[in-house]
Design a protein around this ligand. Structure first.
Ligand SMILES: *Cc1c(COP(=O)(O)O)cnc(C)c1O
Length: 402
């Protein structure tokens, strides 16, 4: 009989969204007449269809697969076709960041790399994660039995965690604009993290999945827009939220060529090289038609079309934010992010507010406590929904008496 990796037994039994689904199902069972009245602003999934020019490119790629002369089998490197890596590199150029195509690896979404990157680091590393955080960072490290410590993101620091010079870490996870809080680091705040990482000879794993939602010039679109990042950071990005690829699956990871660590025998190890080695053994690349679609996202027409969708979600965020403003409810996010992170009214805890909102307004959100202890008393609403439903949900919330 095999033994099991018992670290799995220490994880939370259920993923947050399964608990939410259970609560909704129980509510519907008790109130069958309310079933169609429920408005879901919980799960962070997009709702707008993928841009036309992107779908055309996917179809064209699929057609090429059906013709002997243009058929494609395994990709040589599994790291993505040059045409897509060049397109991503050009995209970085458009906001003034120089990334070489050979520093980019294409993947099937940011979640895989965020979770899998831990493979190349020793289990004795101290991992620093902001609290609250996207659950993948914590879970993937606990699965390997690694020590995780937290940097507090709270109301006091605007949910933008600040490094503590008295605490050592080897790996640091940062997500900006943040899921769940919608808060985003400024250049100076990110510089403080980079300085901390360099002092500790640590590596920052930077999740930029929401960079396309940034509207303010004071917020960097990439950690590589900040000085020093090339010697201490890896960036992960995704087309999921940017271009509606949650069901299509494509993302990219940037590892600077000069990023290195020293092994126990004193040799210098390239992070890019060792991650390539890991991927070479465990990952065979993203399907060709999907990469064709992804490349179209970065074309002029693609950028124009995806910006329309992003604007649609940003308008929803404005509707949510202005309602909360009118009600005097405190929140972060919404400006550079599709998430609004609000303080539960009347001192309710996160699940109390969840139940209250479901029962009284038939609106579903995400309890902040599901993202870490500092999320208790907070609540996430997403702007990824349908416009009319978002307006209706906010009308109902405005009518609630707290
Ligand atoms: C949605 C999301 C991702 C993207 O995941 P994919 O696997 O690319 O769909 C990454 N990080 C965060 C914080 C997210 O919310």
């Amino acid at each position: 009989m095999p033994t099991i990796n018992e670290n799995f037994l220490k994880l939370e039994k259920n993923y947050l969204f399964i608990n939410i689904a259970k609560k909704i199902n129980a509510f519907i069972e008790e109130n069958p007449d309310k079933k169609d009245n429920i408005i879901r602003m919980g799960i962070g999934d997009v709702t707008q269809p993928i841009a036309k020019c992107v779908i055309e490119a996917v179809k064209k790629g699929a057609d090429e697969m059906g013709v002997k002369e243009t058929f494609k089998g395994y990709e040589d490197s599994g790291a993505g076709y040059d045409f897509l890596k060049e397109a991503v590199s050009g995209y970085y150029d458009s906001f003034g960041v120089k990334i070489n195509a050979d520093e980019i690896r294409i993947n099937d979404g940011a979640k895989s790399d965020c979770g899998n990157i831990v493979d190349i680091f020793g289990d004795d590393n101290i991992v620093l994660i902001t609290d609250p955080a996207y659950p993948v960072y914590v879970d993937s490290n606990l699965m390997n039995g690694r020590k995780v410590i937290f940097a507090d993101a709270t109301e006091e620091n605007g949910f933008r965690a600040v490094p503590d010079k008295n605490v050592h870490a080897d790996l640091i996870y940062l997500c900006s604009p943040n899921n769940p809080t919608g808060a985003a680091f400024t250049y100076d705040e990110l510089k403080a993290w980079i300085d901390y990482a360099i002092d500790n000879r640590a590596i920052i794993i930077y999740d930029a999945a929401y960079e396309a939602f940034i509207t303010e010039d004071s917020i960097p679109r990439s950690i590589f827009a900040v000085e020093g990042a090339r010697q201490c950071a890896i960036e992960m990005c995704s087309l999921s939220k940017t271009a509606g690829f949650t069901g299509m699956r494509c993302g990219y990871t940037v590892i600077p060529n000069e990023l290195v660590v020293t092994a126990s025998d004193g040799t210098t190890v390239s992070i890019s090289q060792i991650w390539g080695r890991r991927q070479g053994s465990k990952f065979n690349g993203v399907s060709y038609p999907v990469q064709c679609g992804a490349a179209a996202v970065f074309s002029d027409e693609g950028q124009k079309q995806i910006k329309e969708n992003i604007k649609y979600y940003q308008q929803n965020a404005k509707v949510i934010a202005s309602t909360l403003d009118e009600m005097g409810i405190k929140y972060t996010g919404g400006k550079n992010s599709p998430y609004i992170w609000l303080k539960c009214p009347n001192g309710m805890d996160s699940w109390e507010f969840f139940d209250y909102l479901l029962k009284e307004a038939n609106v579903v959100g995400t309890p902040g406590s599901g993202f870490g202890k500092n999320g208790e008393g907070w609540f996430r609403l997403t702007a990824f929904g349908d416009k009319d439903k978002t307006v209706e949900a906010m009308k109902r919330i405005k009518n609630l008496k707290f």
